[in-house]
Write a protein that binds this ligand. Structure first.
Ligand code: 4GS
Length: 248
């Protein structure tokens, strides 16, 4: 997969993308990340990328031409048809794991990062395929949201995670929160790890983990259970949890 980020601050990406799993994914050619600065697509003497808003008001607005030119040059240079042009913005679709999986199926993502008060809306209307938000809060720019997309999408790509089954195990993969993990020591300052995990009985351990995942989800994120179709085993575990809570 190829991900192109369009940002006025390319240096912001060097740290987060240059370590650990994302670093290895790029070294192994599973992921190719390029950052393009729209300032390089300005042809005036001062390389101006923003201007005052039509109609007045505070702040500056990013001009459309450098962004259109940057994206057009990326598209021309990469020659990939199966792509998605995405604008990071609070009004977009709120990112979730289903959307992450969908994004991981494209051959190329082009992520546009706004800065200042906003981007001339002709970019959203005529250049962008979809807008995505990472949550209901306001950031200073779209760079951190773009990094969140790169990170969450990269770990869905084949071979990126070290152990082949790490992704299926994690939060939201099956629409539930994770079960709790423990490691050595067995007892730390009077706090014991659950005995069942040391039993060696893997059927029992799996059942305990499924139950804990359901319990965590019910207690902390009941909204996730609303639209979920439970397997007969999970439905039974959930009934047990609810019975335990009500003291039956
Ligand atoms: C988000 C967000 C965001 C909005 C960018 C104000 C600078 C800023 N983008 N998810 N202008 N939340 N963008 O806050 O995606």
């Amino acid at each position: 997969m190829r991900i192109d980020v369009v940002s006025l601050f390319p240096e912001m990406f060097t740290g987060p993308l240059g370590h650990s799993i994302l670093k290895r994914a790029q070294e192994d050619n599973r992921l190719n990340i390029n950052v393009t600065n729209p300032r390089d697509f300005t042809y005036d003497k001062h390389h101006i990328v923003d201007d005052y808003p039509f109609g007045g008001g505070a702040g500056m607005v990013m001009k459309p031409e450098p962004i259109f030119r940057a994206v057009e040059s990326i598209i021309a240079a990469s020659n990939i048809a199966n792509r998605r042009v995405i604008l990071m913005c609070p009004g977009g679709y709120r990112l979730d794991q289903e959307k992450v999986k969908e994004l991981a199926s494209y051959e190329q993502l082009i992520l546009l990062c706004g800065h200042y008060e906003g981007i001339d809306d002709r970019v959203r209307l005529h250049l962008v395929d979809e807008s995505i938000s990472i949550g209901d809060y306001v950031l200073t720019g779209g760079e951190l949201p773009a990094m969140v997309i790169v990170d969450s999408v990269a770990r869905m790509l084949p071979g990126v995670l070290g152990s082949s089954d790490s992704a299926p195990q994690d939060s939201f993969y099956n629409g539930l929160l994770e079960y709790p993990q423990y490691t050595r020591p067995r007892e730390f300052e009077g706090m014991a790890a659950p005995e069942v995990l040391l039993s060696g009985d893997h059927a029992k351990i799996n059942r305990w983990r499924n139950k804990q995942a359901l319990k965590n989800t019910l207690e902390r994120r009941p909204d996730l259970l609303k639209n979920k179709v439970l397997s007969p085993d999970d439905a039974k575990l959930l009934a047990e949890i609810i019975a335990e809570q009500t003291g039956d």
